[in-house]
Design a protein around this ligand. Sequence first.
Ligand SMILES: *Cc1c(COP(=O)(O)O)cnc(C)c1O
Length: 454
Amino acid sequence: MAQTKFLLQEKDMPQVWYNIQPDLPVPLPPVLHPGTGQPVTPADMEAIFPMSLIMQEFSPERHIPIPEELLEIYKIWRPTPLYRAHRLEKALQTPAKIFYKLEDVSPAGSHKPNTALAQAYYNKKAGIKRISTETGAGQWGSSLAMACKFFDIECKVYMVKVSYNMKPYRRVMMETWGASVVPSPSPDTKIGREILERDPECPGSLGIAISEAVEDAVTHPGTKYALGSVLNHVLLHQTIIGQEAKKQMAMADCYPDIVIGCVGGGSNFGGIALPFVEDKLNGTHKDTRIMAVEPASCPSLTKGLDAYDFGDEAGMTPMMKMFTLGHQFMPPPVHAGGLRYHGMSPLLSHLSRLNLIEATAVNQIETFEAGIQFAQTEGFISAPETNHAIRATIDEALKCRETGEAKTILFCHSGHGHVDMASYDLYLRGKLSNYEYPAELVKEAQKGLPKVSA
Ligand SMILES: *Cc1c(COP(=O)(O)O)cnc(C)c1O
């Protein structure tokens, strides 16, 4: 019987995070101050982040040590297993070898605690007493709620209102870990009150929730803000995934021809992909295809403009050069599969610009089809976000069936779907539709892009 499960020992856990910045052939474009339009300085960002994380954001060091105390906490669920999908391969009748890295074995059910715990740790070291954040589907909010509780930090979560109403269990998870959660837009911030006055029925968006959380941090003493994706330091913390996966692929005597991950802001994809991009850059594996998969209804990487934009609706965050649908873009609430941020991680945007990664967009019905085939063969019920990666994996494996090529495919199984059964229910009852690319909404939103002279 061929081996299915590849396990590392605790002692084999990576001791460092991999920072790709010094290896980039062209450096990242500067991040610009929202007021002056000039490159931001670390001091500009101190109002919302502790200096240790700001230094990681701009670090020139290739390897950043993972603090011992944090490694001990990671050991609650790390190292995570890597599986070979023999049963899925058989069902697809493909010569391809499919592997997946299971990141949903964390207490919160996704990859997000890898950075939530790191961010809570550095905030604690900086003497921070309270953290504000936003959450969409609630995966990030619940991961941060747990992390804050571990480090005895108060946690305030602005949860996008549609999700707050549609996904009550994630709210309860956050409250179980001791966070306080409000639907966004909320009356708790100036920006929230303004939006509610204009449109009391506003369903909210990640962009609005970020504005509220940032305003909260700058107006409350002892409070900092935390972001669960997009930024360099977040992707950095996630590189533990790809580093482990590399060791496990070696145990399986394989190296991936294709590495796949779903993308919202880019953290799980960055986590699995960056250590493989390292091998592309240093020439040891130049031809690996590295593929980001996004929803057709919020396709920043495949259809966005490569432009400077704000990270939030109100334009309070620094401006970042990234593929963006426009910070005022409000994704259609019918989309069940998460991954609804208007922009893409500036680091991944840069890798795409340099043709080091590729991107594809998939429709939601097809993602659920893939998720159900995966559940019925491999057993695991995956997060709707993860189903995007599974869709692309199955499509690549089916291409191998056509061509007869036995490619090796690795994807990041970013989370389980146990708290997303309402979305599965819609799919199973035929009530889910494919929402077309909202070209008009995007065109409108992109009119609001900031003017940048550089
Ligand atoms: C949050 C989340 C994502 C998307 O976020 P990225 O930062 O793009 O990785 C994907 N999968 C799961 C399970 C998530 O919780």
